[in-house]
Design a protein around this ligand. Structure first.
Ligand code: ARG
Length: 387
């Protein structure tokens, strides 16, 4: 295979002696950290779910499991709460008002790549819901001591092969034998890797699992001729879900789109589809002179087309003004409940007309990188060539 293989468990096991003594110390330290994080989570669970069991009993139970197996299992209730909390804690997400309405698919018993792929596609169908997008997370097997769980390679369940951002994954798919990727807006296959020393497997995403919206403009009939489209469900799969010291690497989650993600960034950024010049052309804007604000005007037309097309197609999408107002409702609500709300201003302010939205004009509680539960960008991506 054309990519370098990561060090295998076997290679690691070959170095014994002093290393194994160190490993024993590390294990003790690790289970200390695991227990501390588990206890903090269980206490928060009890605090926010007052009908549940007493936290001290549950912590003892977890301590016994950690002692015996080096890990423990969340109850289904803990898992669902933990996943919703990870969303509530996501300081870059403007859509958090609905954090408590996350549908949690508990599929922790699945770890075969075929099963994972099948249920990722089922995730897309459930989330799509005929266009009335539902926020959903699917949680597959967690990492266990000495036994890392399978990974989904790539950023999202649905991505396009000709998106420059997906170049390395398109290459990997091709190296693995995928024959597609010649047409514009072709959906990349899903890549699942069972273990670090195994090649990823690729799975073509079934057509009925991907709802797409062709882009048209409410006033400019020529816009359709650009041949643009985008998919309905942004399902992020390159983040680990971390709850109470347990890491779930395969835990794809989705909300619905805010128009600017597509209209400003995906289609407008120069290192993405870079469409502002083509749109300016279509609208007869003078792109020879920055002071005509042709970029700004093209951005507005592109964003308008995205919102219009999704609405026409009956697919949930939010505009940045509405989402900004909802977000401030969320912040107030959190404060009213005596909780902080960590916010990364640079991610929350929309990439179009920022100062025309209320989220621009204020300060927030600072992000805390140690806050848990959380979605955490994977630090190690397999294989090494995708890093
Ligand atoms: N910004 C990413 C994209 O354009 C999606 C990230 C998640 N977005 C969301 N609305 N839940 O594909």
């Amino acid at each position: 295979m054309p990519f370098p293989r990561p060090r295998t468990a076997l290679a690691r096991a070959a170095s014994v002696g002093a290393a194994s003594v160190r490993a024993a110390h590390t294990r003790t330290a690790e289970s200390g950290t695991l227990l501390r994080e588990a206890a903090a989570f269980v206490r928060q669970f009890a605090e926010e779910n007052p009908d549940g069991a007493r936290p001290e009993r549950r912590i003892e139970e977890i301590a016994a499991a950690v002692e015996a197996f080096g890990t423990y299992e969340h109850t289904p209730e803990e898992l669902a709460f933990g996943a919703r909390l990870a969303w509530r804690n996501a300081d870059r997400c403007i859509g958090r008002l609905y954090w408590n309405n996350l549908t949690v698919r508990d599929l922790r018993h699945l770890e075969h790549p075929d099963d994972i792929a099948r249920h990722c596609f089922e995730h897309l169908r459930t989330a799509t819901n005929d266009g009335r997008i539902r926020p959903v997370i699917t949680v597959f097997a967690p990492d266990r001591p000495g036994r890392p769980a399978p990974r989904l390679l790539g950023e999202q369940l649905v991505r396009y092969a000709d998106d420059p951002r997906s170049a390395s994954r398109a290459q990997l798919a091709a190296d693995l034998g995928w024959k597609g990727g010649r047409e514009p807006f072709e959906v990349l296959p899903l890549l699942v890797q069972a273990a670090p020393d195994q090649d990823p497997q690729f799975y073509e995403v079934p057509e009925d699992a991907v709802l797409e919206v062709p882009l048209t403009h409410p006033q400019q009939p020529g816009f359709a001729r650009l041949g643009l489209r985008w998919y309905a469900v942004p399902a992020v799969c390159d983040m680990n879900l971390e709850i109470g010291g347990i890491t779930y690497p395969a835990a794809p989650f989705n909300g619905w789109y805010m128009g600017t993600e597509i209209g400003s960034r995906n289609l407008g950024d120069t290192d993405r589809y870079d469409l502002l010049p083509a749109v300016a052309d279509l609208f007869g804007l003078d792109s020879g002179n920055e002071r005509t604000l042709w970029r700004d005007r093209a951005l507005v037309e592109l964003n308008l087309a995205v919102l219009h097309s999704f609405q026409q197609a009956g697919v949930t999408i939010a505009d940045h003004h509405t989402e900004s107002a909802r977000f401030l409702t969320h912040v107030e609500r959190e404060h009213a409940r005596g909780r902080g709300c960590p916010v990364d201003w640079s991610w929350i302010v929309p990439p179009l007309s920022g100062s025309a939205t209320a989220v621009f004009h204020r300060y927030y509680d600072a992000p805390d990188p140690d806050l848990r539960p959380a979605f955490v960008h994977r630090s190690t991506v397999w294989p090494a060539s995708l890093a």
